[in-house]
Design a protein around this ligand. Sequence first.
Ligand code: FMN
Length: 185
Amino acid sequence: MSKPKIVAIVGSMRKDSYNRQLARLAKEAVGDRAEFELLEYADVPLMNEDIEYPTPESVQRVRQAVASADGVWFFTPEYNHFFPGVLKNLIDWLSRPMEKGGSQVLAKKPAAISGISPGMSGTAIAQDHLVTLISILNMKVMNWPRLTIPNGWQQLDEEKKLKLASSAIHLQKQADAFVQFLQNQ
Ligand SMILES: Cc1cc2nc3c(=O)[nH]c(=O)nc-3n(C[C@H](O)[C@H](O)[C@H](O)COP(=O)(O)O)c2cc1C
């Protein structure tokens, strides 16, 4: 495979989201071994079968971005021991065919999962739920290593920016493993 393309999906709409910052650090950890695009999807509407066809422009855009990627890297917060509803909504749209009778873009797509939270779980419980969902959709989940960062506030600098002191090595290992996982497909 030539240089693979990774699309990063962050399950937070928050401007200063730690998970968004984690995705940016993941891009650095990947370096020039893969293209890395952060998917913006705030404009995707709530799933409603009444507006499914013709497909909204924003949905066409996110489906194309995923379809053209070699792998998807999820960065998810944990909301009430689950992954956030915005991420479920996006995945619901992605789970539907590009056109009636066609195939959906997540099937057989390699996936990696990371997350950071201020609590003790480090998003592990949310990640387990996400694995269940994306497995149903036939994604190829890289189950090891997954990255769970607990007590996230301990890894901020004076300006509250994520600097990933002790977790940096684990992010690097996951980036290395995912690049390899993509190359092995
Ligand atoms: C509705 C809601 C539920 C939450 N539930 C959890 C939780 O179950 N476990 C946890 O560690 N943090 C929980 N949090 C705190 C989030 O982990 C925290 O706000 C985090 O910074 C969100 O990720 P982000 O920085 O990427 O936006 C919750 C936050 C919200 C808004």
